[in-house]
Design a binder for this molecule. Sequence first.
Ligand SMILES: N[C@@H](CCC(=O)N[C@@H](CS)C(=O)NCC(=O)O)C(=O)O
Length: 203
Amino acid sequence: MELYFSPMACSLASRISLYESGQSATFKRVQLSDKAIASGGSLLDISAKGQVPVLVLDDGTVLTEGPAVLQYLADRQPDSGLLPPVGTTERYQVLSWLNYVGTEIHKLVFWHLFSPDTSPEAKAFARSKLPAKLTHLDRHLAGRRFLAGDRFTVADAYLAWALALVRRIGVDLAGWPNVATYAGNIHSRPAVARAMSDEAAMM
Ligand SMILES: N[C@@H](CCC(=O)N[C@@H](CS)C(=O)NCC(=O)O)C(=O)O
C-alpha cells in the first residue's frame, strides 16, 4: 500500500492507524500547494481531488476520503480494535464520531484556517466555531478515556490529529480540562507519539 500524505495534515490519522495496527505502507510525501509528490510526479495524476489522504492498494485501487481510508485500514486488521465489528452498535458510535470530527471540526474549522486562499474574515469565522466544538467534546469526554467504547479507535486517531492542530494554533485547553486530559493521554500513546514526531520532523 502507498499512503499519500502531507506532514501534519489530516492524513496523519491514517499514519496513526497504520502504526497502531502494526501495518506497513510506503509513505509518499505531497506538497499540497502544488500537489508535487516528493519522489516525483503529481498527486493530481493519482487522485483528481488533489487532497490527502490517498491510499493506493496493492492491486492499484485508489481510495480517497479520510474516513473511508481509516475504515479500510481498521477492517484489514480487525484484532486491532480500531473499529468494532460490522453490525455492532459500538461500530456506529465510532462512525458517528468519525463524521463529527470530519465535518464539525476538520472541515468547519481547520480546513479554512490552513487553506491559503481563505480570507482573514473567513478564517476568523472558522476559528470562532472551535470553542463550542471543544465544549461538546469536553462534556462527552468526562470520565472517558476514548471517544467511543473502551478502546482506541480510528475516531481517536482523527481527533488526535485535530487536537494537535488546536495546540498548533495556540488555543489553551485549560478551559476544557477533559479534552486536555484526553489529548495528553492520546498524544502519549507510543504509536501516536511516533506518528506525530515523524511528521513534525518533516515540517
Ligand atoms: N474530504 C477529504 C478532505 C481532505 C482534506 O481536506 N485534506 C487536506 C489536508 S488536511 C488537503 O488535502 N488540502 C489541500 C486541498 O484541499 O487542496 C477527506 O475527508 O479526506
